[in-house]
Design a protein around this ligand. Structure first.
Ligand SMILES: C[S@@+](CC[C@H](N)C(=O)[O-])C[C@H]1O[C@@H](n2cnc3c(N)ncnc32)[C@H](O)[C@@H]1O
Length: 278
């Protein structure tokens, strides 16, 4: 069987399982199974597919039919121009989160704390973008922290990053002052979980998605503890759900912080809050 024939059969199976983007996904998975860069796939499509690659491709297509995310199947995802290891232990980095990174990079900082660091995509990117900065990632998932530590190494910032296992309600072990605190906490309300895409609902860690309440619980908890370690000239940045700007802004003001800006994502939806002491 040629690679092209396998590709056609793979697309058919994905379409039959109602997987969106079947043609694109099948190409990515075939390139992964054949261990060729995606950009070179067209050049090898007329070649015979080696039996091991055919088996690998079959297996990947089967998993994709069960809506396992492509990033989990290939084990990585690009975020802000860098590769990140991705698996079921940590939230798959999202393009919306690049907006938070962009906002964070718009002003100088030296010491950054990432609350709910997950894959480490925010912290690692900030450290990689700005030389000589140092930072801390906190998460209450040991499995996610293991992924974050690998991503720090992969992207050459492990000597400037430290990771703490803990809950942001108590800030276990985190006692220093930070001039930048960032967080993309779980902000999906429990009642909204059923409406998520299967790739997210069934394959992402649930505790990375929802607070099991109204979607604001993480902001309430962080705003009770984090202001104590935000320096007087520091900024706190939150990624939010598109309908949450007003409510989270009010919570921040209740904690003594000022809402400096609401930044929109590429689709024009409210996505990042910028908070500061004045
Ligand atoms: C939406 S994910 C964000 C992951 C990553 N920062 C990103 O932007 O892709 C939220 C993260 O917060 C962590 N988390 C949830 N509740 C927590 C808590 N109470 N204390 C610390 N981390 C928590 C989850 O384990 C998850 O890794």
């Amino acid at each position: 069987m040629t690679a092209q024939e396998a590709l056609v059969a793979g697309v058919r199976r994905l379409v039959a399982s109602d997987v969106p983007g079947a043609a694109r996904d099948a190409r990515v998975l075939l390139a992964h199974a054949m261990e060729v860069p995606q950009g070179r796939l067209t050049l090898v499509l007329l070649d015979d597919l080696a039996p091991e690659a055919a088996l690998r491709f079959e297996g990947l297509i089967g998993r994709r039919c069960r809506r396992e995310p492509v990033s989990h199947l290939v084990g990585k995802r690009a975020f802000y121009g860098r590769d990140f290891i991705v698996n079921a232990a940590a939230l798959d980095p999202r393009p919306e989160t690049e907006v938070l990174v962009e906002v964070a990079l718009s002003q100088p900082f030296g010491h950054v704390l990432d609350l709910g660091t997950g894959s480490g995509c925010i912290l690692v990117t900030l450290l990689a973008e700005v030389p000589h900065t140092v930072g801390t990632g906190l998460d209450f998932s040991a499995a996610a922290l293991a992924v974050a530590a690998r991503n720090a190494t992969l992207n050459g910032v492990s000597d400037r990053a430290e990771f703490f296992l803990g809950d942001w309600s108590w800030m276990n072990g985190v006692t220093e002052q930070y001039d930048l605190i960032v967080s993309n906490p779980p902000y999906v309300a429990r009642s909204e979980m059923a409406g998520l895409e299967p790739e997210v609902r069934d394959w992402e860690p649930r505790m990375a998605l929802t607070d099991e309440g109204d979607g604001l619980g993480a902001y309430r908890a962080i705003l009770r503890s984090a202001p104590a370690i935000l320096s007087r000239d520091g900024r706190m940045l939150f990624e939010i759900g598109p309908t949450q700007a007003e409510a989270v802004g009010a919570l921040a003001e209740g904690a003594g912080l000022m809402l400096r800006a609401v930044v929109k994502d590429m689709d024009g939806r409210d996505r990042v809050l910028v908070l500061a002491w004045s």
